[in-house]
Design a protein around this ligand. Structure first.
Ligand code: NAD
Length: 426
């Protein structure tokens, strides 16, 4: 299968299943897990805009605040044609688990618009973004819900969100979004943070088994924000990136791809890694992008969309470790197969949490009206990844749980404890 998102039902069922399983393991009181699974708020909004040629068009968007018990909602804003209600709910639920596992004082949220951003001009994209913000305005704010970039959105989109929100309240509110440009209060280090966390997770899981990243063969699906930084940083640790794929297909090199040349080509604007003139093109087309996982490797990093690794990929994947850079890249069936095959999977709610950790640091800087230097931010992201890994690894060893189950249990426990302490209104 291709790396399009799995059916929304499947994604939703999979997060629900993991939360339910964790609730049973924790022996939570009846009704508590149902309360934790249900999203607190789901907003569906209509977004009509005028196109550049004067015609009207209408899109649908969502913002889901899944859990806001431990702090304001936090989660990305996705622009992709496959965005829908259930997928947004499942991604928001995963954010609730992620912020709880990482012990950040935040809740879980997610938003999206069913749209192909590449089919719109920059002015049209700006109009879509501003109208979306107007529709969900009452629910946004630094203490309510703070969006960030995700697939199909970037720092410029966050700048428009910030501007539209600020117009509404009458003064500049940089803290309403994270992942914004530096000139508007963005954080140094935010671009690389998710990829940095993915590579740190890979390094820690190797260390826990008495080995290191140096010399390891890595395959990566996705060469966007997460995949590109993961590739650069892993290469910096002495790993060999032997295969990379994206919407255009797969490139490979047994010796290791020249990541610097690939990044340069991407910055020059080549549409896909297969057009960069780096390595050997071994497959073309989005439907072949998962072929990358069958290349001989030690570590696989799916860093594109959800559902990339299904049964076929799980059977042919050669790596011993899978580090989930994307959200939900393994289908539940693939997860079972990999588990049976003894492949160690580091789950998304930990592996890609460097991004939300840095977003939290950006919020701290915004509250304090300060800007930290890049080394300080990077060091803080890495130290958070390390301390949470220590807890996750110890818990999984002590209770003989996979990292995925251990992470879900720790996340659900933090949420359940917060609910318990706050009590039930009325
Ligand atoms: P991006 O839009 O910058 O890059 C996505 C990459 O995936 C591109 O290289 C694209 O070609 C590739 N891709 C898209 N559809 C594909 C398909 N069907 N088959 C193969 N490749 C495909 O996105 P990103 O910010 O790098 O995010 C990637 C994943 O990581 C998403 O699941 C996102 O939710 C998750 N994530 C991102 C962040 C972040 O800080 N950016 C944080 C946490 C999780």
């Amino acid at each position: 299968m291709t790396a399009t998102d799995p059916s929304a039902d499947q994604a939703l069922t999979s997060v629900e299943y993991r939360m339910r399983e964790a609730g049973e393991w924790l022996k939570l009181e009846d009704g508590v897990i149902e309360n934790l699974i249900a999203p607190r708020r789901v907003l569906e909004v209509s977004i009509p805009i005028r196109r550049d040629d004067g015609t009207r068009v209408r899109f649908t968007g969502w913002r889901v605040q899944h859990n806001i018990t431990r702090g304001p909602g936090k989660g990305g804003l996705r622009y992709h044609p496959s965005v829908n209600r259930d997928e947004t709910v499942s991604l928001a639920a995963a954010m609730s688990l992620k912020t709880a596992l990482m012990n950040l004082p935040l809740g879980g949220a997610k938003g999206g618009i069913a749209i192909d951003p590449k089919s719109l001009s920059p002015r049209e994209l700006e109009r879509v973004t501003r109208r979306y913000v107007s529709e969900i305005f009452a629910f946004l704010g630094p203490d309510k819900d703070v969006p960030a970039p995700d697939v199909g959105t970037n720092a410029q989109v966050m700048a428009w969100v910030m501007d539209q929100y600020s117009i509404g309240v009458g003064h500049a509110v940089p803290g309403v979004v994270t992942g914004k440009p530096l000139a508007l209060g963005g954080s140094l280090g935010r671009d690389s943070a998710t990829g940095r966390g993915v590579v740190e997770a890979a390094s820690l899981v190797c260390q826990a088994r008495g080995t290191s990243l140096e010399g390891k063969r890595i395959v990566i699906q996705g060469f966007g924000n997460v995949g590109m930084w993961a590739a650069q940083l892993a290469a910096g640790w002495g790993a060999r990136i032997v295969g990379i794929s994206d919407v255009g297909g797969v490139i490979a090199s047994e010796k290791g791809l020249d990541i610097t040349a690939l990044v340069r080509a991407t910055q020059r604007g080549v549409g896909s890694v297969v057009d960069a003139g780096v390595g050997e093109v071994i497959a073309r087309g989005v439907e072949r992008s998962t072929d990358v996982f069958a290349l001989p490797s030690d570590i696989a990093m799916p860093c594109a969309l959800g559902g990339a690794v299904d049964v076929r990929e799980a059977k042919t994947l050669t790596a011993k470790y899978v580090i989930e850079g994307a959200n939900g890249p393994l289908t539940p069936a693939a997860d079972d197969i990999l588990n049976d095959r003894g492949v160690i999977v580091v789950p998304d709610i930990y592996a890609n949490a460097g991004g939300v950790t840095c977003s939290y640091l950006e919020q701290c800087q915004n509250y304090a009206h300060l800007q930290w230097d890049e080394d300080e931010v990077n060091a803080s992201v890495v130290s958070t990844m390390r301390s949470v890994f220590k807890r996750l690894h110890a818990f999984s060893q002590e209770h003989e749980l996979s990292y995925r189950r251990a992470a879900s249990v720790l996340g659900v426990k933090a949420l359940a404890d917060a609910h318990q302490l706050r009590g039930l209104h009325p």
